[in-house]
Design a protein around this ligand. Structure first.
Ligand SMILES: *Cc1c(COP(=O)(O)O)cnc(C)c1O
Length: 405
């Protein structure tokens, strides 16, 4: 009889969002007259910008004609998109990234999950706590994380870097040296960022210790402050130690359309001199048949003058919500962070409530849904995530209700 990959059986299961869904359904059934507002949305809600839609339509029409029909896309991405990325995301910020260092994909979730395949299973990973769950779970699947302790909710072979109010939600350099360091800034779930000199410390640390940084910059378009880096390659020496993951999902509303990319510099080498760029090229060629032509054309439109202006407007809409939530909660006496360079607001639960106690309290008394911080890791206990992805009207109403508690 066949056997399954035993590593999958170690996964603790996705408790967080299924439990939230269940609690909200039960509350609705018991209270059908109440209007629930979700500030727990981790997805964009604004429709795709007109410039993107126009480009999509034009690309669809090309697919209808014999002369312009396209089959398989190049598995690393079309040159028109890769050169737009190199120009607008990197050259414009003084960073020199070559086209063959850019790997177009169907999103950063896949990339952040798949990238660990090119590393040895005995490499040690370091993650922030709280954390985007994909980083840990995919390493569990690969058998890289040791054993799970149900009480502490920690894996024996993972180095955790707690991010709490005391350190400004920024990880500190770990005592034990990791091989692979996952960083995500602006951060989901805390909404925190780090400044360029702080990120430079990580780059220097990784270079000195022979570690690789996997830098998830899915929220870079939400950065509003000057000295917050949009790319890790703004730091000196990052090309010899960092892979960067980007996504069109939150930046341009592609969550349902699917487009992202990874940057794997040619200077990035493992201890034995093996080029990660060559390995990732091989991996893409073997397991990926390219993002769709029409979607890559839509992605190209994000970098047009109209596309830039329109997506900036959408981000401003969400960030207006973020400001409203942050300021409203601060006025109501909550301790809040995030919400300045990220669409996430991270608050400390009042009266020493656990994250789940506060979830129930907010659902029952304000009919507002958010996300318990403890669901992202044990250091998230006592914290709660609200998101700016709702409508302005709902956000105003939700903040009003929370202030009235
Ligand atoms: C939403 C999100 C992504 C984007 O994933 P896609 O697969 O590109 O939609 C990546 N990383 C983090 C931390 C996210 O929150």
């Amino acid at each position: 009889m066949f056997k399954v990959n035993e590593n999958y059986l170690k996964l603790p299961g996705s408790y967080l969002f299924s439990t939230i869904g269940k609690k909200v359904r039960e509350y609705k059934e018991a209270n059908p007259d109440k209007e629930i507002i979700s500030l727990g949305i981790g997805d964009v809600t604004q429709p795709l910008a007109p410039a993107i839609i126009d480009s999509l339509h034009a690309a669809v029409d090309e697919m209808a004609k014999k002369e312009t029909f396209r089959g398989y896309a190049p598995d690393l991405g079309y040159e028109f998109l890769r050169s737009a990325i190199a120009k607008h995301d990197y050259a414009a910020r003084g960073v020199d990234i070559a086209i063959d260092e850019i790997f177009v994909s169907d999103g950063a979730k896949c990339d952040s999950g798949n990238i660990q395949e090119i590393f040895a299973t005995d490499n040690k990973i370091a993650v922030c706590d709280p954390v985007y769950p994909v980083y840990v779970d995919t390493n569990v699947m690969a058998g890289r994380t040791g054993t799970y302790d149900k009480n502490t909710e920690l894996w024996s072979d993972v180095i955790y870097m707690p991010c709490k109010a005391e350190n400004g939600f920024a990880p500190e350099l770990p005592e034990e040296t990791p091989d692979i360091i996952y960083l995500c800034f602006p951060n989901n779930p805390t909404g925190a960022t780090i400044r360029r000199p702080q990120l430079q410390e990580w780059v220097d640390y990784a270079n000195k210790n022979g570690a690789v940084i996997i830098y998830d910059a899915a929220y870079e378009a939400y950065i509003s402050e000057e000295d917050v880096p949009h790319s890790i390659y703004e730091c000196d020496g990052a090309k010899t130690c960092a892979i960067e993951l980007r996504s069109f999902s939150k930046n341009a509303g592609f969550t349902g359309t699917r487009l992202g990319f990874a940057v794997v510099p040619k200077d990035l080498k493992a201890g034995d001199g093996t080029s990660l760029n060559a390995l990732w090229t091989r991996r893409h060629g073997t397991k990926f048949n390219g993002a769709p032509y029409i979607i890559q054309r839509a992605g190209e439109a994000v970098y047009s003058e109209a596309g830039k202006a329109q997506t900036a407007e959408q981000i401003a809409y969400y960030m207006k919500n973020a400001k409203l939530i942050k300021e409203g909660l601060a006025e109501a006496g909550y301790t809040v962070s995030g919400g300045v360079n990220a669409p996430y607001i991270w608050l400390q639960t009042p009266d020493h409530k656990t994250s789940w106690e506060f979830f129930d309290y907010l659902l029952e008394n304000a009919n507002v849904v958010g996300t318990p911080g403890s669901g992202f890791g044990p250091s998230g206990e006592g914290y709660f995530r609200l998101t700016a992805f709702g409508t302005y009207e709902n956000t105003v109403e939700a903040v009003k209700r929370i202030k009235a508690l």
